[in-house]
Design a protein around this ligand. Structure first.
Ligand code: HEM
Length: 222
């Protein structure tokens, strides 16, 4: 393995980590807004979703967000292929990694999350933005997309509930390794802080997987 390969690999890991940690920030905001759908009235959720869809700052953020996904996915794929090429006999990896078993399945969990995202965009985002098919509701005399009603309707279907929750659990696995590995790739590797980052990683993955899962569960069973 040449030096330039190692260096370019490190740069890619750095960019990927940066994009990945940024995506985690998005997930917390998205989860916070989504939880509003559980309030007795979906008005707050619809207003927040409208703000997210129309505010100019958020629109800029959206471009950065999709750019972040793109970079994270492309660099992840390149790194994975380079990894496979560097270790042609990829089944003899026992003892190669001392990290968690989650680390070995990053590409697999990533593919499932990608498929989830395509389905998720078709379920909500494209519908709201381009294809129509979302009812309007008046709140304080102003028209809003009734995304709240759409979310409530989707999660009446058990197939959706199960599919989404499976995706959230897999997302949790991906983040459990991704969060701590992201910090390492950014160079924040310290004997004092690494255990803390590992615990934080567990916490972040559980909070996001459970926080998102609560939404379909509560809707379906209430
Ligand atoms: C119960 C869980 C979830 C619900 C109810 C939900 C709902 C929604 C809705 C209604 C939108 C459209 C918002 C708009 O156009 O203004 C949206 C957009 C989006 N969702 Fe989700 N979502 C969930 C989980 C997730 C997860 C786990 C991810 C990522 C892995 C994700 C990624 C996105 C992205 C990237 C967008 C487009 C950007 C945006 O509009 O903010 N969502 N979601």
């Amino acid at each position: 393995m040449g030096k330039s390969f190692t260096q370019s690999s490190l740069t890619k890991k750095f960019v990927m980590a940066f994009a990945g940690l940024f995506l985690i920030t998005f997930l917390f905001v998205h989860m916070g807004i989504n939880l509003l759908v559980l309030l007795p009235s979906t008005d707050a959720f619809n207003i927040a979703a409208h703000f997210m869809g129309t505010n100019i700052l958020i629109k800029v953020f959206e471009v950065v967000l999709f750019g972040g996904f793109f970079i994270h996915i492309i660099y992840g794929l390149i790194l994975q292929v380079q990894n496979w090429m560097a270790r042609p006999n990829r089944y003899k990896v026992e003892g190669w990694s001392h990290t968690s078993p989650f680390s070995k399945f990053m590409i697999h969990t990533a593919v499932i999350i990608f498929i989830f995202l395509v389905i998720h965009m078709a379920d909500f985002y494209f519908k709201a933005k381009f294809f129509g098919g979302v009812d309007e509701v008046m709140i304080d005399g102003k028209p809003y997309h009734d995304l709240g009603a759409l979310v409530l309707a989707k999660f009446q279907m058990i197939g959706f509930v199960i599919g989404y929750i499976v995706a959230f659990i897999i997302l949790g696995f991906h983040l459990h390794h991704g969060f701590q590995s992201g910090f390492q790739s950014l160079g924040l590797n310290h004997s004092k802080y690494t255990p803390l980052i590992k615990s934080l990683s567990t916490l972040v993955s559980i909070v996001l997987a459970v926080g998102f899962s609560i939404i379909p569960l509560v809707i379906y069973f209430s």
